[in-house]
Ligand binder design. Structure first.
Ligand code: ATP
Length: 155
């Protein structure tokens, strides 16, 4: 299956603070109500190995070790969402990396304060999405389902 157009996919992860703070329902609701299609989801206690791979591009940053520890400090809800321009739109819905720069109405703008506790991750490009989905999911964990609302969501 091609991962473009309405089949574009992104990787989203509710971080341990989002999980502990009971924000799962609220966060998932936003993407669902937008019209995006949930094609995979699982609760993961992520290993240090997986998290180091996930954040490999940040390995030289001073906060890298803290980031890996934070992400491994509790359950993460790993998800794959599908839809037209989902990578870019999900990032807009999430807000800026630093919640202080995120507008109200975005997830980080509404639910968090500190850059080191920013409740959710979203892939920053289609290439990152493909890499991250392959890192967190086996191919058979993605569900291909017929969306009966599709003709109401897309012209
Ligand atoms: N200065 C910082 N201090 C502590 N943690 C930080 C800092 N900058 C970034 N982080 C953490 O590292 C994560 C990854 O940083 P990145 O620059 O890739 O931002 P992002 O793409 O908005 O976030 P994410 O990849 O989690 O969606 C951030 O979401 C945040 O949790």
């Amino acid at each position: 299956m091609s991962w473009t157009g309405i089949n574009e996919r992104t990787f989203l992860a509710i971080k341990p603070d989002g999980y502990q703070r009971r924000l799962l329902g609220e966060i998932i609701r936003r993407f669902e109500k937008k019209g995006f299609r949930l094609v995979a989801m699982k609760i993961v206690q992520a290993s240090e190995k997986l998290l180091k791979q996930h954040y490999i591009a940040l390995q030289d940053k001073p906060f890298y070790d803290r980031l890996v520890k934070y992400m491994g400090s509790g359950p993460v809800v790993a998800m794959v969402w599908q839809g037209l321009d989902v990578v870019k739109t999900a990032r807009l819905m999430i807000g800026e990396t630093n919640p202080a720069h995120s507008l109200p109405g975005t997830i980080r703008g509404d639910f968090c304060i500190d850059v080191g506790r920013n409740v959710i991750h979203g892939s920053d490009s289609r290439e990152s999405a493909e890499r991250e989905i392959a890192l967190w999911f086996q191919p058979d964990e993605l569900v291909y389902w017929q969306d009966s609302a599709e003709s109401w969501i897309y012209e």
